[in-house]
Design a binder for this molecule. Structure first.
Ligand SMILES: Cc1cc2nc3c(=O)[nH]c(=O)nc-3n(C[C@H](O)[C@H](O)[C@H](O)COP(=O)(O)OP(=O)(O)OC[C@H]3O[C@@H](n4cnc5c(N)ncnc54)[C@H](O)[C@@H]3O)c2cc1C
Length: 256
């Protein structure tokens, strides 16, 4: 702002109840009549939805599967459900738990103590397969047959609690259903996530009800804008978060 009588300028602004910002930065001090915040900020009395890491790997109690870390590196296509949201994509076993796109996606819907349900063979109906195997390969072991579709190391651990060494024709209906459940409906309660250090986004943030949905100006303070990830807007994997940051910034930039 050049050649402006600041006293008059601010007096006029105050009469109009418009925002006057004094910003102290390492690059100097600035004054402005509108402010776009793209960093996170809470000092304006706006409602903030609690923040948690999103698009992030999850940790799993090592007792869930014996020697869980031995599975590290295994990847497969799975579907994962949490709180009525389901994604199907690559799943990766890590030393501490689970990762891969399908886990990053579902992590946006997980909160502490929620369970996740993993279908390790989403494209196969295991009960029907086993029925067919009982006719075609009656003497084969179930783990050898399932290992056509899943890594043997994994299937061995998943089925460890059942007696999976018998020939397939010796399993009754209930036992087959139990095996199918372990594969199609593996239920886990993650112990936590890998946290902000590894998260791609922050869930939560400034409540969107506080803002105009057209230009992201706050309803309470004229001239104050919030855009991008600082808002309670979290996208899926696939570039949606960057798109949101750029698009909301553009809309605010048109008027700020
Ligand atoms: C590893 C990783 C991978 C990602 N991959 C993708 C992807 O593939 N696709 C996608 O859509 N999204 C991805 N994201 C998310 C995406 O990068 C963010 O959602 C997006 O950059 C948010 O933009 P923003 O401008 O709101 O905030 P940011 O990009 O976080 O920018 C905020 C800026 O504010 C500065 N700042 C913070 N506090 C202060 C302060 N007090 N004073 C001064 N400056 C401050 C920060 O230094 C930073 O430069 C990824 C994120 C990470 C971490």
């Amino acid at each position: 702002m050049k050649n402006v009588n600041l006293d008059n300028y601010f007096a006029r602004k105050m009469q109009k109840r418009l925002l006057i910002c004094y910003i102290n930065t390492t690059q100097g001090n600035f004054t402005a009549d509108s402010l776009v915040i793209a960093t996170g900020g809470r000092q304006f009395g706006l409602n903030v939805i609690p923040q948690t890491p999103g698009l992030v790997s999850i940790n799993v109690d090592r007792n869930v599967l014996p020697n869980f870390s031995e599975l590290s590196g295994i990847s497969l296509n799975a579907s994962v459900t949490c709180n009525n949201h389901t994604f199907k994509d690559a799943l990766l076993f890590t030393h501490k738990g689970l990762s891969g796109p399908v886990i990053l996606q579902i992590s946006n819907y997980w909160t502490v103590s929620d369970e996740i349900i993993i279908n390790l063979l989403p494209d196969i109906h295991l009960i029907e397969k086993i029925a067919a195997w009982q006719i075609r390969n009656p003497k084969a072991e179930v783990k050898n047959l399932i290992s056509k579709y899943l890594p043997k190391k994994l299937i061995q651990k998943i089925l460890e609690r059942t007696d999976f060494t018998k020939p397939i024709n010796q399993y009754n209906k209930n036992q087959i259903e139990e095996i199918a459940k372990l594969v199609h409906k593996w239920i886990l309660i993650p112990t936590g996530t890998e946290g902000y250090k590894k998260a791609e986004v922050t869930r939560g943030g400034i409540d969107t009800n506080e803002l105009s949905s057209k230009n992201f100006e706050t309803r309470q303070v004229k001239g104050l804008y919030f855009i991008g990830e600082v808002l309670d807007v979290t996208g899926w994997l696939g570039g949606y978060n960057l798109q949101w940051a750029w698009s909301s910034g553009y809309c605010a930039g048109l008027v700020a």
